[in-house]
Design a protein around this ligand. Structure first.
Ligand code: HEM
Length: 505
């Protein structure tokens, strides 16, 4: 299991996206098997993930789940509106540390639970987005069995796994003549055409195939050349399909294979260990900025709701000199937000909701802050739990380049970030900003992109408390997050700013 050592922007983003409800569309849109375009969002997402993975070549190690589908979705092999629509679903979520490909993979995990309630597929992060299209290697129904065996072999799956993975995939969604003109569907009713009239993660696709009652056009369609499921399913005399007739086996095999499918990445990509909900998490809105002769320090500790009535105390130590008592300076939470909703995936892992304990500490300007930790009291006589980033403390790397949410301005007229630098010498400050592009134009998919914006000396905010302030260019539309960079007195500093405001600003 991946261990979270704060700060870790990638794990931080992925864990929120997986387990905090509404944090990312990837964990919500596909729930309840929501219908779209004569199919379901879940089916579209699962097909998107497979088609993204299908560029993998196990021999060269190239391709796989890398988001290259964003450059390939207009190909005939990716026909149908589901590809573009699904890419649009995911395009709001990426930032500088997590790309589209991780969200496409997360979409597959949520598609499976969203339509069937399970099985739960482990999620690993760290995929890298491709910058161009991969080869056109998605299998097509008019190809013969030998080609399909070859395609799956290239993708890293043997013949038995091919049979199973196709059965798993085709237990979702439908085949629509309009989207796939190669398939002659005069013998299949129009409208919603789901395999075996079922939507969901069950093995009807298998049992109806075996009993001869299937309406799957890739099995019984009148165009014999596009009966690819028939050729694949029967390729080992139905031995695999018979095994999959057990619902438990089907669920186990599908969880395993879809898991392998989303973890099929270019060989130079190293995925994290599976990401489970973090017990204790310092949330995104942790900020340190000068204010009226001291430093304001805002932070929040998120705890999984556990039925105990807990009290949390924030502790911190000085950066230089002595100011705090030997046990550290401390303060109680000023706000507790109970009942932060967990995602469906989190509830399937036993997490019902989270409590957020927020702090607004005033830090001595001269001695500043080097690190912080928390004590969680159970109010039942038991010893408090020390939450200290797994023994490494929550370290404030630096207080030289800071983001100042109070001096920043966010109005309809425009959004401007203000940063402070702890020097009076002139400094070049830039922000590496992720935005999601406009819908429409040349590329209808609002793919996330990165731009650099610069800062100028802030005439509205004179130097104060040892800091000089710089204001950004107007933030671009569809700003999502940024990382600040500056070289100050010969040393390079950077600061991830995942969010522009915090409770207590
Ligand atoms: C030889 C391999 C495969 C062939 C020839 C094939 C072919 C097709 C075709 C023709 C459609 C209908 C497309 C449309 O009408 O829009 C379809 C739908 C679908 N396929 Fe496959 N497929 C294959 C493997 C897979 C695999 C391995 C998966 C995932 C594990 C998968 C997942 C899906 C899903 C979820 C749909 C429904 C999409 C929707 O309803 O929006 N397919 N496939």
């Amino acid at each position: 299991v991946a261990v979270f050592h704060w700060p870790d922007p990638m794990l931080d983003t992925l864990e929120d996206s997986l387990y905090v409800n509404h944090f990312s569309p990837a964990s919500t849109f596909a729930l309840n098997c929501t219908a779209r375009d004569n199919s379901t969002i879940a089916a579209q997402w699962l097909r998107l993930a497979y088609h993204d993975m299908a560029t993998h070549n196990a021999t060269t190690g190239l391709g796989g789940m890398d988001g290259s589908i964003a450059f390939e979705y207009t190909r005939a092999q990716n026909i149908g509106p589901g590809m573009a629509e699904s890419l649009i679903d995911f395009a709001v979520s990426p930032n500088q540390y997590v790309g589209m490909s991780d969200f496409i993979a997360m979409g597959a995990v949520n598609a499976v639970i969203g339509c069937g309630g399970g099985p739960v597929i482990p999620f690993r992060g760290g995929r890298k987005d491709a910058t161009e299209a991969g080869p056109a290697t998605v299998p097509e129904p008019q190809q013969d069995l030998a080609s399909h065996i070859d395609s799956f072999k290239d993708q890293g799956f043997n013949e038995t796994e091919m049979i199973s993975l196709v059965a798993c995939g085709h237990s979702f969604g439908g085949v629509r003549k309009v989207d796939f003109p190669l398939i002659v569907t005069e013998d299949v009713p129009t409208g919603i055409q789901t395999f075996a009239s079922k939507i969901g993660f069950d093995n009807t696709v298998v049992t109806e195939y075996l009993s001869g009652s299937t309406e799957n056009v890739l099995v019984v369609g009148s165009n014999v050349s596009t009966r690819s499921d028939l050729r694949i399913f029967s390729s080992d005399n139905n031995a695999t399909m018979q095994r999959l007739a057990s619902l438990d086996t089907f669920n186990q095999v599908c969880a395993d294979l879809i898991g392998r499918m989303i973890d099929t990445v270019p060989s130079d990509v190293q995925l994290t260990e599976p990401i489970e909900p973090f017990d204790y998490k310092v949330t995104l809105d942790t900020m340190l900025f000068p204010q009226g002769g001291s430093l304001a320090f805002l932070t929040t500790l998120r705890i999984i709701e556990n039925g105990k009535n807990q009290t949390v105390t924030l502790f911190w130590k000085e950066r230089t000199g002595t100011f705090c008592p030997s046990e550290g300076c401390s303060i109680s939470a000023f706000h507790v937000n109970t009942g932060v909703e967990a995602s469906l995936l989190a509830t399937l892992k036993g997490v019902q909701s989270f409590n957020q304990h927020s702090f607004n500490a005033s830090i001595d300007l001269a001695t500043s802050i080097s690190h912080f930790w928390f004590e969680v009291g159970n109010n039942d006589g038991s010893a408090p739990i020390i939450v200290d980033n797994h023994g490494t403390n929550f370290t404030i790397d630096q207080d030289v380049l800071i983001f100042d949410p109070r001096r920043s301005s966010f109005t309809i007229a425009g959004e401007f970030m203000v940063v402070g630098v702890k020097t009076s010498s002139p400094v070049d400050v830039t922000a590496f900003v992720t935005t999601t592009g406009p819908i429409g134009g040349v590329n209808p998919i609002p793919m996330p992109s990165n731009t650099t914006i610069s800062f100028t000396l802030d005439s509205a905010h004179p130097p104060a408390d040892g800091y000089t302030f710089y204001t950004s260019d107007r933030l671009p539309n569809r700003y999502s997050s940024s990382t600040l960079h500056a070289t100050i007195d010969g040393q390079a500093y950077s600061l991830w700013v995942p969010t522009l405001s915090a409770l207590g600003v």
